[in-house]
Design a binder for this molecule. Structure first.
Ligand SMILES: Nc1ncnc2c1ncn2[C@@H]1O[C@H](COP(=O)(O)OP(=O)(O)OP(=O)(O)O)[C@@H](O)[C@H]1O
Ligand SMILES: [Mg+2]
Length: 57
């Protein structure tokens, strides 16, 4: 599936980015992303995962 740039979702993106930083510093965990069908849960998580992967360490 083609990945497009996300619009908005700044609060959620910041929260996930902060959790990625925490995980990178040794404090991992789990996140529940919930919302109505098609609201953008998978897109949000895919973006966070891609950013975490390209971030390294
Ligand atoms: N913030 C956003 N900016 C731009 N496009 C978005 C955004 N959020 C979602 N989309 C687009 O909306 C569509 C549905 O998003 P997505 O598949 O992530 O939703 P979902 O919540 O995971 O759906 P489902 O409940 O079916 O699993 C996709 O085409 C996605 O690219
Ligand atoms: Mg989904």
């Amino acid at each position: 599936m083609q990945r497009r740039a996300l619009l908005g979702r700044e609060t959620e993106r910041r929260a996930l980015a902060a959790l990625v930083e925490q995980a990178a510093s040794g404090s991992g965990g789990a996140v529940v992303v919930r919302g109505a069908p098609g609201i953008g849960k998978s897109a949000l998580v895919a973006e966070a995962a891609a950013r975490a992967a390209s971030r390294g360490t």
